[in-house]
Design a protein around this ligand. Sequence first.
Ligand code: ATP
Length: 328
Amino acid sequence: MPKTIKKVGVLTSGGDSPGMNAAIRAVVRTCAYHNIECIGIYRGYQGMIEGDFKEMGPRSVNNIVNKGGTILKSARSLEFRTPEGRKKAHENLVKAGVDALVVIGGDGSFTGGLIFNSEYGFPVMGIPGTIDNDIFGTTHTLGYDTALNTVVDCIDKIRDTASSHNRLFFVEVMGRDAGHIALNAGIGAGAEEILIPEEDLGLDRLLDSLQKSKASGKSSSIVVIAEGDKIGKNVFELKDYVEANLPEYDVRVSVLGHMQRGGSPSCFDRVLASRLGVKAVESLLEGKSNYMVGLREDKVTLTPLEQAIKGKSEIDRELLRVSDIMST
Ligand code: ATP
């Protein structure tokens, strides 16, 4: 028989993303709904090691559903990667009477949770929180939808300048290993070309496409480039390359950077966070552990943490074709 859970700890770890606060709120309120206690753990695993805890009730999460970032703060903890660090963290949890954990973060945070579970048998549930949408087992991670809207909004603004001056803009978006943001925001914002880590479209094709675009009478062009595009050139090197080969183009670069991680979460992310938070706590109460809650075919599902960590979240290749057709 699994141990009855009376107190759940919740933490946010790794990079922050919009919707993390809404997920904290959902975890805290689901605990209150089921008459169990909840504590917030500050600064991810580092706060667990230092015992940086705070009792949380339904009123301690008022007015955060609409806020970006995370009220619990996030951190990357080197000490938690050591057995000694995890031992200290376990002692603090036991002292505080915590008997299960909800970890909101990316695959690194899930790996930490899984190792902690294997050493101490501590029940752990993961909620995927990262704008990159690069986690297997869910069609959407928390913050991804908000980031897409932010990127589309920025590119719309950049296009105003691009079309006023007949310019070509290269816009770099986040995504070192995953092209979800570039591909979806690129289509949404009407980009002429989209360069992503999953697919090497080749430099010849890029030049060819830009030439065709000019010949067909387009007044401006936007190329969206993920940080980790497979061509292997960074956005500034690409600009130099294109200007050297197509002197008729005046190329400008815009690196969107951290603004993509901030801001008020979209309605979609708030609802997703609420659904995932409820499922995470209720699954723990049912005696489950080592799962990630996620969304598949609009249903909240559980994926073993191990699969969520090892699996690859594939891009939808049909979107490449759609993008191609749209740039005609
Ligand atoms: P993001 O997607 O933003 O990078 P993440 O959760 O993948 O989020 P990481 O920095 O990889 O971010 O991991 C967050 C924290 O999880 C680390 O700082 C560390 O404390 C813990 N962690 C990651 N990997 C391990 C591991 N192998 N053993 C123990 N702890 C780990």
